[in-house]
Design a protein around this ligand. Structure first.
Ligand code: KIV
Ligand code: ZN
Length: 512
């Protein structure tokens, strides 16, 4: 009989801390709905005290999600915990995840607190959190570099105060599997009250061992893994959900646990998160990479054709890889459009928003005869990207590109309701378009990344462009999709500029 392994997804919190990956409330809601469809146990929806936007996003998620616990992060102070408690209040099941650093370097240099003060703050935080919910998780930030005796003391004290899950983070991705498993084993043996809580692990991937360390923790007794879709997260990212889940499922001969994840929802979740954040998935990424089930060598192809299991340990369809499904075309009506979107978890706030999206769908269907689910996702992403309002909007774009000449672009932008025209010359059509836009915007932002991805196959496919801009220490990603990649690029650039117009969130890893 397998024990249950709790899958705690932190794509919307730790994942969102990746440079430029911040998501709007609507985008977070779409990801949360997909996570619920995939049956993750806990959705860490954000850090309520970080900004009013984060607070609202968690609250909206708490209102609509019924099949997963909705959680907010909170530092160990009263204000953070109150904000987290208020944000999760509408949830069917709500959790507060409070944390404080426990390593000597963090306590001395960052918090400037003594170990006794840290224990007090941790206990008070858990007591406050219990006033809002029965599900309280406590994390010892930088546990990996903390003294084991001190960890036992802090964990014992917060269990006494009412914590129900104890999370052990490798905040800096420093551990290796046998050491990490050893630490979890020691803690479960030594901490008073260890048998009354769920032990959890949260591993970062700086040395490429986040998944291996998480699995080692599971073998040592952890019954919750914190992870993200596509391994998104701070620096090198977090343990990737799809790898943890598929390892446990595929090697059920080794692991005494199973999850309740509907694995056929993994690839759709991966595509959605990649599309929204602008973080592409590398082709050779385990489980969700485009080549994860592609057999190139003749020997492998021959083997798979004769007997699939010669070279495949998982079935592509079990993780949600399916042929692109033709769903709609130019003769499809508004109802078909609406019901396909709702099957994808996309619901519009108003009839007007639906009508605008439907008009965009008709425009796309005129250019591209076969409309796939991925096209619909991109179309909707385009539609709901800047709910704060579009400061810059593309009204018109024209580019002239011929052999032996420098490409020239003309654009017309709507800037706060006023029309502005500009031209630019560049080394390519995209460069010329960006120069034209920049001559109006004068943002001074630095282009950090430009990438184009074909959303589906075929030369009439939509190109999905990601533009990453940096200005004054702030990084934002902009996305745009269109069958014309110069237009997709202009949209992505403007989307990034629009994000730079609006205030950012606080950094959640600050003081207590
Ligand atoms: O990496 C980390 O330590 C964290 C904690 C807040 C759990 O993300
Ligand atoms: Zn983390």
């Amino acid at each position: 009989m397998k024990e249950h392994l709790v899958i705690f997804d932190t794509t919307l919190r730790d994942g969102e801390q990746s440079p430029g990956a911040s998501m709007t409330r609507e985008e977070k809601l779409r990801v949360a709905r997909q996570l619920e469809r995939m049956q993750v146990d806990v959705i860490e929806a954000g850090f309520a005290a970080a900004s009013p936007g984060d607070f609202e996003a968690i609250r909206s998620i708490a209102r609509v999600i019924r099949g997963s616990t909705v959680c907010s992060l909170a530092r160990s102070n009263e204000n953070d915990i109150r904000r987290a408690g208020e944000a999760i209040a509408p949830a069917a099941r709500g959790r507060i995840h409070t944390f404080i650093a426990t390593s000597p370097i963090h306590m001395e240099k960052k918090l400037r607190m003594t170990p006794d003060q840290v224990v007090d703050a941790a206990v008070r935080a858990v007591l406050w959190a219990r006033e809002y919910t029965d599900e309280v998780e406590f994390s010892a930030e930088d546990a990996v570099r903390s003294d084991v005796d001190f960890l036992c003391r802090v964990f014992g004290a917060v269990i006494d105060a009412g914590a129900t899950t104890i999370n052990v983070p490798d905040t800096v991705g420093y551990s290796v599997p046998h050491v990490w498993g050893g630490l979890i084993h020691t803690l479960i043996e030594r901490v008073p009250g260890a048998d009354r809580v769920v032990w959890s692990t949260h591993c970062h991937n700086d040395l490429g061992m986040a998944v291996a360390n998480s699995l080692s923790a599971v073998l040592a007794g952890a019954r919750q893994v914190e992870c993200t879709i596509n391994g998104l997260g701070e620096r090198a990212g977090n343990a990737s959900l799809e790898e943890v889940v598929m390892a446990v499922r595929t090697r059920s001969d080794l692991f005494p646990v199973d999850t309740r994840i509907d694995t056929t929802q993994i690839v759709p979740a991966s595509k959605l998160v990649s599309q929204i954040t602008g973080y592409p998935v590398q082709p050779n990424k385990a489980v969700v990479g485009a080549n994860a089930f592609a057999h190139e060598s003749g020997i492998h192809q021959d083997g798979v054709l004769k007997h699939r299991e010669t070279y495949e340990i998982m079935r592509a369809e079990d993780v949600g890889w399916a042929q692109n499904k033709l769903v709609l075309g130019k003769h499809s009506g508004r109802n078909a459009f609406k019901s396909r979107l709702s099957a994808l978890g996309i619901v519009f706030d108003s009839e007007e928003a639906l009508n605008v999206a439907f008009a965009r769908f008709k425009e796309l269907a005129d250019k591209k005869h076969e409309i796939f689910d991925e096209d619909l996702q991109a179309l909707v992403s385009d539609e709901v990207q800047t709910p704060d309002g579009e400061y810059y909007k593309l009204a018109y774009s024209r580019v002239c590109s011929e052999t032996g000449e420098l490409p020239a672009a003309d654009v017309t932008l709507i800037v706060e309701g006023c029309e502005r025209k500009a031209s630019g010359i560049g080394s390519g059509p995209v460069d010329a378009t960006f120069k034209a836009i920049e001559s109006v915007a004068g943002s001074g932002a630095k282009l950090m990344l430009y990438s184009v991805n074909a959303i589906t196959t075929g030369t009439d496919a939509q190109g999905e462009v990601t533009v990453r801009l940096a200005r004054g220490g702030r990084i934002v990603n902009g996305n745009g999709a269109d069958t014309d990649i110069v237009i997709a690029s202009a949209k992505a650039y403007l989307n990034a500029l629009n994000k730079l117009q609006f205030p950012d969130r606080l950094d959640p890893q600050g003081d207590v």
